[in-house]
Design a protein around this ligand. Structure first.
Ligand SMILES: [Zn+2]
Length: 281
């Protein structure tokens, strides 16, 4: 996608920023789906890696500036950086758009895997501190607890991305669906992890939803195209049904966390009843 993309949603302004591109194994990305099917949508390189975006959204409500998701950041351990790369472009791109770290009022993480909360914190004078010094951060308490369990996805969790914020009181641990401020709320959609939350943005009857790893890219729209990373793949399918039942009929704008080409699109059914993504004009 372009480095910065902008649109209006009712009275709100939405800005999409990419922390860059990293690469994931195509087989893991598409779970049980055969490569002959997925490679038509997302071609793999000679190592079977596919490009994955790291899309963050800034919502300007008029009174508050909200940042949804913070990419990989710049603290990845050397071995992880070698495997995935560490593009670390988000802060520079925010600055290019005239947004300084201290202007962010609220940061919302959908979950705490390393590629969703990396810029939450930075190293400064030998300590780990909040990148966005004035911001209050939000994540589900269940997700934070899970980050400390030794489960299948534990290599994706780095405590430096969140524990210093919980200790300082800068990160609020939520219990279930909640309004964060007027027009911005979170809703839990289990599947990728038990407590992953989506972010709903609503203004003047229009709705946009950052659905995160429930539907990571526009190549993952089909109910059964579930990532191999998901801890509860059957629940992913149920959560997608719940999401589509509202997002399609109410014409929500879906914001994609990992799409390398488009940050958002309207999801519709075509004449063959297949789900398709239509980016706004
Ligand atoms: Zn994840």
């Amino acid at each position: 996608m372009r480095y910065i993309t902008q649109m209006h949603l009712g009275h709100f302004e939405l800005l999409a920023f990419s922390d860059g591109i990293y690469h994931l194994d195509g087989g893991a990305y598409f779970g049980v789906i055969p490569k002959v099917l997925w490679e038509r949508k997302l071609p793999a390189n000679e190592k079977n890696l596919v490009p994955s975006g790291l899309n963050s959204i800034v919502v300007r409500t008029g009174s508050k500036t909200v940042l949804i998701e913070t990419g990989i950041g710049n603290k990845l351990p050397e071995k992880m950086a070698r495997i995935y790369g560490q593009p670390a472009h988000l802060l520079d791109r925010l600055r290019t758009a005239g947004i300084a770290p201290h202007e962010i009022d609220i940061v919302i993480n959908t979950h705490l895997h390393f590629d969703h909360c990396g810029w939450n914190t930075i190293h400064q004078d030998g300590k780990i501190v909040a990148t966005f010094p004035r911001a209050q951060y939000y994540v589900q308490e269940g997700e934070w607890r899970h980050a400390h369990e030794n489960q299948r996805d534990s290599p994706s969790y780095f405590t430096g991305n969140y524990d210093p914020l919980v200790e300082s009181g800068q990160m609020t641990l939520l219990r279930g669906n909640q309004e964060i401020l007027p027009g911005v709320s979170v809703e839990v959609f289990p599947g990728h992890t038990r407590d992953m939350q989506a972010v709903l943005v609503q203004s003047e009857g229009e709705t946009a939803c950052y659905i995160s790893d429930l539907i990571p890219t526009s190549a993952h729209l089909d109910l059964n195209w579930v990532m191999g990373f998901d801890l509860y793949p059957v629940e992913t399918i149920e959560s997608r049904k719940r999401y589509y039942s509202r997002a399609l009929s109410e014409k929500w704008l879906t914001m994609f966390t990992h799409d390398p080409h488009i940050p958002w699109a309207y999801i519709e059914r075509d004449e063959k009843d297949k789900l398709v993504a239509r980016p706004p004009a």
